[in-house]
Design a protein around this ligand. Sequence first.
Ligand code: IPM
Ligand code: MN
Length: 357
Amino acid sequence: MKMNIAVLPGDGIGPEIIKEALDVTLAVCAKFGHEITYEYALCGATAIDKVGNPYPDETHELCLKSDAVLFGAVGDLRFDNNPSAKVRPEQGLLAMRKKLGLYANIRPVATFESLIHKSPLRAELVRGADFMCIRELTGGLYFGRPQGRSEDGNTAYDTCVYSREEVERIVTLAYEYAMKRRKKLTIVDKANVLATSRLWREVAKEIEPNYPEVETEYMFVDNAAMRLIQWPTSFDVMVTENMFGDILTDEASVITGSMGLLPSASIGTYTSVFEPIHGSWPQAAGQNIANPLATILSAAMMFDYAFGLKKEAELIREAVDASMNTNVRTQDIQVEGVEPYSTSAVGSWIVEYIKKA
Ligand code: IPM
Ligand code: MN
């Protein structure tokens, strides 16, 4: 197969983790005889510094004409500590999501047996947890207008907006994923308070009869936050709006023992984007200590979701499992008494594993 990839390393640890994911991608392509070409583009703070725009037009053009986008992370302390900055790195990510029509963010959460000791939850609670969060990504509070400040600066407002079409497409997509999994769907909202949530629930109830095989559960977001830590194995597919999904997936990610392990796929109208769910960890930039696994696993999702190449994806997952089982781990997940590996050492180990497989 011919594959044409846009590579957007972004900020902080982005370039380091992307390098490893790209090396793994190239190794898989070499092994399976796929022809891959790739091109780098700017985004985030790096792009603001170079061209004054966190998602430059050239980057967008490249994404549009590519078959998939491999994305690192954006965010920089200079902006985090400056609430009045006019342009922010995160705006680049949001612009990319909007312009590529990436309305669905898919975040699979699975526990790794060899990491259970790192989970903040007791092993018996978290063992076997295996679910998929589907987060709506181009609507809600992130994009609703008006957003801003009153003239005197003493009042601020964000607007949460959802249309019937936006809810329909994401809930339908969630049902389709539930059909391919254990056929249980949890629809998370705050319908007891929010009008947008009531629309979500109304639309979901209209779609529900089309999927009689799926067990549907409606849950308020506060309850879902609690259930995630009390009974994570009770979830199969969960679907929710943008902001709730942002919060719940961070919570979900630590249940598995490390945020450094969770990949994601953002899919929609144009090219799909594959990125780790964690941020740019600027404090660790350039130190070669960040965990590259979430990005490497995002590359696995890319083979699977963007190209339908399941064996390739499976080999990456197998290599990641093998690295953890042999304690080739970065410091965030290393077992006590074993020297942690660097970002590049973990990546190289996985590349070697793939070559030999
Ligand atoms: C994420 C991130 C982003 C979000 C930030 C960086 C804008 O936290 O992908 O979850 O809030 O969506
Ligand atoms: Mn987030």
